[in-house]
Design a protein around this ligand. Structure first.
Ligand code: H2U
Ligand code: ZN
Length: 362
């Protein structure tokens, strides 16, 4: 029997944030693909589309008209999944029943248009325009953190990923309870902090910066890695290099360098398959302690929390071939062929300049 090599032999890796394992099967990376190929969605878009619900000056489905905005624009989702005012549950069996348990949840949902430009995704915006989006995220966290313990800012990008509108936008959902995944990350980071007297993700970022095996790009304040335990082929984790519990704690320099690394990372993503790279991304940070008695508050000490963004892109080997999380993954655990180190190496070696801007000035 030959010696074990992680680049050649199947093994499992542990995700300390979710307490889940992923099966890595690098020996399988060259298998032929005869499965589903997605249609390529590469039409050239106008800077303003009179039929887009999100463009400036246009009327939305609700009949409300968007103002002639410039830069980011936030509005309440016309089809919100959460409602601000929900009747509170009476103490009923459903809160104590072992098998049929439920609880009420209040919340609010908003749409965040990144800019008035219908045809410019994050990597195609200038750093100042990306900084304006970050500023809006911070304002939203500050405002909604007064009322809700959890505010989920995210971007769901690309038709292949279920996004309904190409106008560059993200969303936020704020809610009165900690959702499942943030609650799990709260628990695992808290346990790690209690056992090791340091923040899990701060220690992790430092180890990744030292190892330089999975780093895609970094600057003075941030590092983007394909995490050791990634389950999606080109999944990334964006981490501050210093302790930061929540987006509202970022200082001016950290926000400016966040705009810069977001541009580099999303540019590399687009350059990978020379396509507008689809993904779901979102921010996780310390839950808030809202000043509203009706909302479930979290414990005050948040030193275990480290702000971070997850990027989960579905593409596997080209602009048209995606990974499916099915079969073994639905029934046992996530599985990947390409190692995280190989994925990081491919992204790292791509240019920082967007493929569409090559040959153009600036
Ligand atoms: P997604 O494509 O990521 O789903 O985002 C579009 C969101 O915009 C979606 O949640 C909302 C949808 O409910 N929307 C409005 O609030 N008003 C509209 O007129 C169109 C879409
Ligand atoms: Zn538009």
């Amino acid at each position: 029997m030959s010696q074990f090599k992680p680049n050649n032999h199947p093994h499992r890796r542990y995700n300390p944030l979710t307490q889940e394992w992923v099966l890595v099967s690098p020996q399988r990376a060259k298998r032929p693909w005869q499965g589903r190929v997605e249609p390529l969605d590469e039409q050239t878009l106008p800077a303003h589309d009179p039929n887009c619900y999100l463009c400036a000056g246009n009327t939305r489905v609700s009949g409300e008209r968007n103002p002639a905005y410039q830069g980011p624009y936030v509005f309440k989702n016309d089809f919100a999944a959460l409602m601000d005012d929900v009747p509170t549950y009476e103490q009923t069996d459903s809160q104590t029943d072992n098998l049929f348990r439920s609880e009420c949840v209040a919340g609010t949902s908003r749409v965040i248009c990144f800019s008035e430009q219908h045809n410019r995704t994050l990597p195609e915006l200038g750093e100042e325009s990306i900084a304006a989006v970050i500023e809006v995220w911070c304002q939203q966290y500050r405002e909604l953190g007064q009322r809700f313990p959890w505010v989920q800012v995210f971007e769901n990008k690309g038709a292949i990923n279920g996004c309904s509108n190409p106008h560059p936008h993200g969303q936020l959902w704020a809610c009165s309870t900690l959702p499942t995944l943030p609650a799990c990350e709260d628990r695992t980071q808290r346990d790690y902090f209690e056992n090791h007297q340091q923040s899990m993700l701060l220690a992790y970022a430092q180890r990744e910066c030292e190892a330089q095996q999975r780093v895609i790009c970094q600057n003075d304040n941030w590092v983007a890695v394909v995490p050791y335990w990634a389950s999606w082929p080109f999944e990334t984790l964006l981490l501050p290099i210093a302790a930061v519990a929540q987006m509202t704690d970022l200082d001016g320099a950290q926000k400016a360098s966040l705009a810069s690394i977001l541009k580099v990372l999303t540019t590399k993503y687009d350059n990978l398959f020379q396509t507008s790279f689809p993904y779901s991304m979102g921010w996780h940070g310390a839950p808030f302690v809202p000043n509203n008695n009706h909302i479930k508050s979290t414990k005050g000490d948040q030193r275990h929390w480290q702000l971070h963004a997850h990027f989960y892109p579905p593409l596997l080997r080209s602009a048209t071939v995606r990974k499916f999380m099915v079969g073994y993954e639905m029934l046992c655990e996530a599985q990947r062929d390409l190692t995280p180190e190989e994925a990081a190496e491919r992204l790292r070696s791509l240019p920082d300049r967007h493929y569409k801007s090559v040959g153009k000035p600036g």
